[in-house]
Design a binder for this molecule. Structure first.
Ligand code: ATP
Length: 302
């Protein structure tokens, strides 16, 4: 455990831009020692939340803290939290090394640290090249390098997987994992679950500025769980049957005219209930919902 234990707490955070409620009473926490995915469709309020956490946007209500303090109250922010919010915000004519050295100066970090992090993110060979010639993947690496400069306990990365090829994703996973294994707190946002599925062990899912689900990948997958599919000419009657059990955590919908999907029960229970009601069943099956299906179900974003 090389890093101090610094949780992030988001509590009742709210922010509107004119008529748009970007973040709406949002609360969740991010614990040290894990990589947490911050997920939601485009416009869900992820960037606004991260900007409030980093003191770049003032909340209308609520508070975001890092180790119990707001960003503005941190004694030495770059030692405590490293952020990469935008991989396009570089000065195009600066070299990768030049960019990092400017950050070192601004944050009172010795400039030799620039070369250390360039090495760490695999950009040592491109250190002298101008950023305008960098690929998107290289910019992501440079953004991460900037976040790592102060060797902070907390890393906050907005869409870090964007532009990375599978090799790059693998590499990103090992970088984030290393930080979490040392006791670091890592929060990475994405609007594409499949992009970060391999990077994270916990997820916080938001939609329309509100919390939808929070937990480990298994908990979130288990919550929706597997889906039982029933092919029946009496789909209406079957839906009504399971509709009555909604309060018990059972959910059903109609995938096709004669195909009903049921969540919250196993295949044997569904078969037993349907046969007890005397319904005609042509096919009964079960499939595990993919995380992507769950994400769509949670965010209503088809
Ligand atoms: N500075 C701003 N002025 C006006 N509206 C804004 C501003 N920043 C964000 N919004 C609006 O707030 C909502 C949330 O935006 P935000 O960028 O936080 O979402 P996001 O989840 O990060 O989306 P994406 O995945 O597309 O980056 C959107 O409707 C957006 O248009």
């Amino acid at each position: 455990m090389g890093k101090s234990s610094v949780p992030i707490e988001i509590s009742g955070l709210t922010k509107s831009f004119g008529d748009v409620k970007a973040v709406d009473g949002l609360s969740f926490s991010v614990q040290p020692g894990s990589v947490t995915g911050f997920l939601g469709p485009n416009g869900a309020g992820k960037s606004t939340t991260l900007r409030m956490l980093l003191g770049l946007v003032r909340p209308d209500a609520g508070v975001a803290t890092i180790g119990g303090r707001r960003y503005g109250e941190l004694a030495s922010p770059s030692d405590e939290i490293g952020a990469a919010l935008d991989a396009s915000g570089f000065h195009p004519r600066r070299s990768g090394r030049g960019h990092l050295r400017v950050l070192c100066t601004a944050n009172g970090i010795p400039s030799k640290r620039a070369d250390e992090v360039l090495e760490k993110v695999g950009l040592a060979d491109a250190a002298q090249r101008k950023v305008k010639g960098y690929s998107l993947g290289m910019r992501q690496r440079l953004a991460l390098a900037g976040a790592l400069l102060g060797n902070p306990s907390v890393l906050v990365l907005d869409e870090p997987a964007n532009g990375l090829d599978p090799k790059g994703i693998n590499w990103m996973r090992s970088m984030l994992r290393e930080s979490a294994d040392q006791g670091g707190t890592v929060l990475v946002s994405s609007h594409v679950l499949s992009e970060v599925e391999q990077l994270v062990d916990r997820v916080v899912v938001i939609n329309k500025g509100r919390l939808v689900r929070e937990g480990t990948l298994d908990e979130v997958a288990g919550g929706e769980g597997s889906v039982v599919t029933v092919r029946t000419p009496q789909a209406d009657a079957l839906l009504a049957l399971f509709g009555e059990r909604m309060a018990g955590g059972v959910r059903a919908d109609r995938a096709e005219a004669d195909l009903v999907r049921v969540w919250g029960l196993d295949v044997a229970e569904v078969g037993r209930i349907a046969s007890a009601a005397g319904l005609e069943i042509h096919e009964l099956g079960s499939e595990r919902s993919s995380l992507e299906d769950i994400f769509f179900a949670l965010t209503g974003d088809q």
